[in-house]
Ligand binder design. Sequence first.
Ligand code: G3P
Ligand code: CA
Length: 275
Amino acid sequence: NAATGPVALPNGRFLTIAHRGASAYRPEHSIPAYLLADEMGADYIELDLQMTKDRQLVVVHDSRLDRLAGIPDRVQDLTLDELKRIPYGGQFNEENPGLADQGYTGISFSGLTDVLSRFGSTVNYYIELKSPGNSGQMEEAVVSDLISFGIIGDDSTGTDAEGLPKVILQSFSERSLLRLHELRPDIPLIQLYPFKGNADLSSAAIRKLSGYASGVGIPASSAHPAFIDKLHGQGLDVHVFTVNDEDEIRGFIDMGTDGIFTDRPDLAVRLSQGN
Ligand code: G3P
Ligand code: CA
């Protein structure tokens, strides 16, 4: 049914997806990291979402706070207000003394709505649903927040001046993407795969994927030309994560991938412009 098939992403446009913001240079998932990604010309800012105890969406990669904030708590056991009071930027300073900034020590977690309210429609969003579970609450909450902040309409999704969709949603969970596609068939979806060896999908898997997704996101180590060609043959895009090395980025552009997740959006923007 063409009316409910997935949205096609624009052809021939290599996307720079700022992975957790310009996270090589500033604390991941922070407003300063997203501001820098935007200044650097990234096509998308990437956000990972987890759900809090009070069923709000918080922008954080891990389900536990040990790595970032040095505390053993789980995100799902804290309210959004509690998370917004937990500083985590100091860790970046310790790991990156050359890039440290005293101001980062005050950085704490953001709700999805904080990022949407800060950037509005001035950027494009590439949002991952982490640990979505089976309840459907996460999918409904993402769509509802995007509508509330005017990023998407009630039944249509806009594009930027270049024709790129304002929002792309991604998940490793097929169930979550199927649910999202049912809720909002106008939003492009990317199915993530954690391939360990060479990427591969059976014809049956690709047929199923073509029913709801605009493309796939795969680890850099798994990408190879035959897979890219196979997916392109079915109208599916291939995005690769996470690539920060100049030669590797150039290699993925030459291989014909459609975009990369990178912590260094300045580099990817420059290389994608052929410089
Ligand atoms: O979302 C694609 C890529 O970001 C997956 O890796 O672990 O950084 O979310 P991760
Ligand atoms: Ca991610």
